[in-house]
Design a protein around this ligand. Sequence first.
Ligand SMILES: Cc1cc2nc3c(=O)[nH]c(=O)nc-3n(C[C@H](O)[C@H](O)[C@H](O)COP(=O)(O)OP(=O)(O)OC[C@H]3O[C@@H](n4cnc5c(N)ncnc54)[C@H](O)[C@@H]3O)c2cc1C
Ligand code: FES
Ligand code: FES
Length: 461
Amino acid sequence: MIRFVLDGEVIEVEDPDPTATVLDFLRYTLRRTGTKEGCAEGDCGACTLVVGELDGGSVRWRAVNSCILFLPMIDGKALKTIESLSRGGPLHPVQRAMADGHGSQCGFCTPGFVMSLYARSIGAVGTEGIPVKDVIAGNLCRCTGYGPILEAGEANPPGPAGDDDESAALLRTIAPARSGRGWFAPRTSDELADLLVEHPEARIVAGATDVGLWVTKGLRDLGTIIFIGDIADLRRIEEGPDSLTLGAGVRYSEARDSLARLHPDLAELVRRIGGLQVRNAGTIGGNIANGSPIGDMPPALIALGAELVLRKGGERRTMPLESFFLSYGKQDRQSGEYVESVRIPRPVADTRIRIVKLSKRFDSDISALCGAFALRVEDGRIAEARIAFGGMAGIPARAPACEAALTGQPWSEAAFEAAAEALAQDFQPLSDLRGSAGYRLAAAANLIRGLRLEPESLFDV
Ligand SMILES: Cc1cc2nc3c(=O)[nH]c(=O)nc-3n(C[C@H](O)[C@H](O)[C@H](O)COP(=O)(O)OP(=O)(O)OC[C@H]3O[C@@H](n4cnc5c(N)ncnc54)[C@H](O)[C@@H]3O)c2cc1C
Ligand code: FES
Ligand code: FES
């Protein structure tokens, strides 16, 4: 049985289907139909709600997409849906501002927008210090236009959540289950390691921002599932003088500030991953483990020289991140092994770093191409070049010919031109709906040329 807190009540779900979505449960079982299904793939935000977890004495809330959130993932947590806001009383100020400012026409997107703006108004995870437009970048409106919605957000600046005490008190009374029919939810890395040795075929689910779609769009049966989102030691962030280590379960919005301190381009890259709801669920470990050729973090982390730690039972092994990706869909991960953490060295002095994502939309879009460049300059020459791309091959990969063309060369037009041309030896990109092979090669080469032209101050460490 799983339990979660909703509007001052503990809701119990007997024997949940591990891939039933929270959205369907709300709409079809609880008949809370305010939360809408638009896309069922995390893109439109119509299904946004907030999930709360105990953090010390208080509750930390975050907005997520309920269409790709599986029921066991809310075990032991609190929810607020659009119905929670007024509970039959006067409208919440965010709702009031939306109504007064005519922020809704057909109304289908409205509950999702309200929940995103509400999340900001209670200082939810990931909303700190970002403009309203970034808070709602994962919400799509087809008819109203965003002006009045943005104004409703501006009218409701961040403050404390009203009924945190009630939610926190109830959360303390429920202990989450560790397993159910066809699923496990270990609480420690050791438990996870043992479970995977026993069930090497099990599917790991972290934030479900990839896996959720296999179910809602691919209609796949995932078999046995191990949910890892509540393993505290996988959520650890260690900022040392020489490196930053991120546990595989660290979500993008939690990693953003530490990544920004490593290099500002990393934070900008994170800002461009999905919408806030996706960044509040998706993990860095999931982005690496899924092996996608267009995952955004791998090229950036490869260029920075990151190392991956994998664990199987009691054994750990460490490898350069680029070695993890073997060929399209194939990673160097043994049966029963999992990604434990990634260690990113702090750039050494005189390293020029640039990370660029090219996609059709600025916000909430998958890359056509992602290029990451770390060039160490010594006495006016490029002493070391680490260049990695996503979207140029079946895996995220370094560009050895391009790196060789730059290494030892002065910071000159001739060197960058040679490096741009060398890219054709490194990659034979594919054509797909995000970009043709010709576009990808030309755009990647132009990114290399552009490096020389950028003012040094923009990207010097
Ligand atoms: C609307 C939307 C927008 C998106 N935008 C972007 C984008 O801009 N850029 C981008 O790169 N991605 C994007 N994604 C993809 C996705 O959000 C990321 O890949 C995310 O990092 C996946 O993390 P997760 O925790 O949700 O993984 P999950 O979906 O839980 O898992 C993904 C895969 O990794 C495996 N896995 C997870 N953790 C581990 C582990 N510790 N060890 C071993 N295997 C593991 C799972 O078994 C599964 O195969 C988007 C997704 C959505 C829905
Ligand atoms: S229904 Fe579109 S994000 Fe969930
Ligand atoms: S009001 Fe119709 S989609 Fe936003």
